[in-house]
Structure formats: structure tokens, C-alpha cells
Design a protein around this ligand. Structure first.
Ligand SMILES: [Zn+2]
Ligand SMILES: [Zn+2]
Length: 306
């Protein structure tokens, strides 16, 4: 089964070209010509005004591979909300859908899937087919190799219905290093992590401003972290013990010392709540029920800086 053509960005983002010079904007013909240079602060300010509401990262789970199956806590996942609207689900492993319904009041129309492990994609088929039956065809965003795996393997259980992958969902292929628009306000640039299964983290952009670097499952990788660090907040996979495919808390602490104080470092994918690290000045675990503000909307009564 072939992968659908990528949907490329319709608008180029000026801030991206400043913040991440290695980033290529896909579909040159479909993108706006580069405008005058802007500062990163100007890009953030413009985005704050465009969206008009706070952009929140809502942690839905922190589980690793066996967490949902054996301990019943949700797999690692988060939702991006703009004000009260859930706009993007990031990973949909075991236990995630009911968490999203409970914590965000519903499912968004778009899901980013980092890789085809069951703690990141296990609930994708059921979610897509149930939403389709309810009249809502969801959009799945993933890197090219991940898209192929999801369509051929993860969705295989649905093909007895006679429906194809394109009947079941819309697919946006997000090639690594390429700014790919996922909806009217958000874009992603994917980056491959160090993992046994092909896995891609990403930088999330809100209307041109990088707001989050997300490693998804990955071993410690300084070069990759530097690419994610165009954003002010990094959400990294880490657990108590280091391995080739998962970083450790100690390695994240070392990253803090290497990159200095300018970024907020958060960790997820560590397992149950009890397996999480203690919050320190170096980095903090995300916790279910504790949203993180990625972008603050300007307040109507705020005093303008002189
Ligand atoms: Zn995982
Ligand atoms: Zn994995």
C-alpha cells in the first residue's frame, strides 16, 4: 500500500527561518515567500496575538511500554489545547483515549504519532474507526517510515471492514527537517530519535513560533536535543536507568548543565507516577493533571512595556 502524498505547508513561517536555519520549508510553490527578518521575540508576540488564548500542554500519561498493560496507568501522551479547545493529540498509546476524553473534554481532529510501539500507537485503530463512525475523519501526522508502518501494520485489523487507510483517516506525512503544516495554526518539524523502532520526535510550531521540542522515545542524543532546543520548552523521554533507546534522568541533568538555564526541561515516558523523578531546578517530570503553559495570550488589561 502506498503512502499518500505529503500535505505541505500553505504558509511559510518567518520565525522558523531565524530560529532553525537547518529547517527546510516544504512545498516551495505552496509557501509564502520569505518576509523581512523578525526577531524571535517578535515572532512569539505575533503568535500570541494570532491565537489569542493560552497554549497548554496537557499531560495525559507518562507510562512506558508495559505501564498501561500491567499497572493500568496511561501510556505517555499529551494534548495541546488552545484555551479550552483540544487541538492536537501527541501519541495515542494504550490508555490514552479515555484520558483525553476525561481531561480535555473530547478528542481533537489531529493526532501526531511518533512511532508504532503500542504505548504510542496502540489505540489508533479503534479511535480512528469510532470517530469515523461518528462522522469525524481524523488526521494522522507522522514521519514517512512511521506513516508506512501505521498504515500497513497498525491499521491492518481494520481492513476486514473493506475500508482502506485513506477511507479511515487523512494522512499528513512530515519528512524529517521539513516544516509541515498540520492545521491552520500548528506546524511540526520531525527529527529521528535513537530507538529500536523507527521513532520521530518533533518541534511544534504555533503559527511560526517554535513552542515545544519533543524527543519521544529516544536514547540520550546531544545532537538531537540541540535540534529540539530551538523551542523554549523541551519534553524528553527519560527514565531511572539509561539504555541505548531511553535516556536517563542523570543524562537530562547533564543536558541542563550543558545548555544552561535558558530552556525549560521536562521529562515523560518514565513509567507510573511513582517511578517519576523528583522535581529539581535542573528538570521536572510532567504529571497528569498539571498542564504546562507553552504560550501565554496577551491579557487585555496588561500594561504594555515601554
Ligand atoms: Zn514508549
Ligand atoms: Zn518506543
Amino acid at each position: 500500500m502506498s503512502v499518500a502524498s505529503p500535505i505541505v505547508c500553505r504558509r511559510a513561517a518567518w520565525g522558523v527561518m531565524i530560529a532553525a536555519s537547518a529547517v527546510v520549508v516544504s512545498g516551495a510553490g505552496a509557501c509564502r515567500a520569505p518576509g523581512p527578518p523578525r526577531t524571535a521575540a517578535a515572532t512569539i508576540m505575533r503568535t500570541q496575538q494570532t491565537l489569542g488564548e493560552d497554549v497548554l500542554l496537557v499531560p495525559l500519561g507518562t507510562g512506558k511500554g508495559a505501564t498501561s498493560v500491567y499497572q493500568g496507568e496511561s501510556s505517555s501522551s499529551f494534548a495541546i489545547m488552545v484555551g479550552k479547545r483540544c487541538r492536537l493529540l501527541v501519541d495515542v498509546g494504550l490508555g490514552v483515549v479515555k484520558q483525553c476524553l476525561r481531561m480535555c473534554g473530547g478528542l481533537p481532529g489531529v493526532v501526531y504519532v511518533s512511532h508504532n510501539h503500542s504505548d504510542h500507537a496502540g489505540e489508533l485503530p479503534v479511535m480512528l474507526i469510532v470517530e469515523l463512525a461518528a462522522g469525524r475523519k481524523m488526521t494522522v501526522v507522522s514521519a514517512p517510515e512511521v506513516t508506512t508502518r501505521l498504515r500497513e501494520h497498525r491499521l491492518h485489523e481494520l481492513y476486514s471492514t473493506g475500508k482502506t487507510a485513506d477511507d479511515i483517516a487523512r494522512w499528513i506525512v512530515a519528512p524529517p527537517g521539513v516544516l509541515t503544516r498540520v492545521d491552520d495554526d500548528f506546524e511540526v518539524v520531525t527529527f529521528r530519535g535513537r530507538h529500536s523502532e523507527i521513532s520521530f520526535g518533533m518541534v511544534l510550531y504555533a503559527d511560526g513560533a517554535p513552542i515545544l521540542g519533543f524527543s519521544s522515545d529516544s536514547g540520550n542524543d546531544d545532537a538531537r536535543y540541540d535540534q529540539l532546543a530551538v523551542a523554549p520548552v523541551l519534553l524528553l523521554d527519560a527514565r531511572a536507568v539509561s539504555s541505548d533507546e531511553h535516556a536517563s534522568f542523570e543524562e537530562v541533568a547533564r543536558l541542563r548543565l550543558r545548555i544552561g538555564d535558558g530552556k525549560r526541561l521536562l521529562v515523560t515516558g518514565y513509567g507510573t507516577a511513582a517511578e517519576g523523578p523528583v522535581s529539581t531546578d535542573l528538570f521536572q517530570p510532567v504529571r497528569i493533571g498539571e498542564p504546562v503553559i507553552l504560550l501565554k495570550a496577551p491579557r487585555a488589561n496588561a500594561v504594555a512595556p515601554r
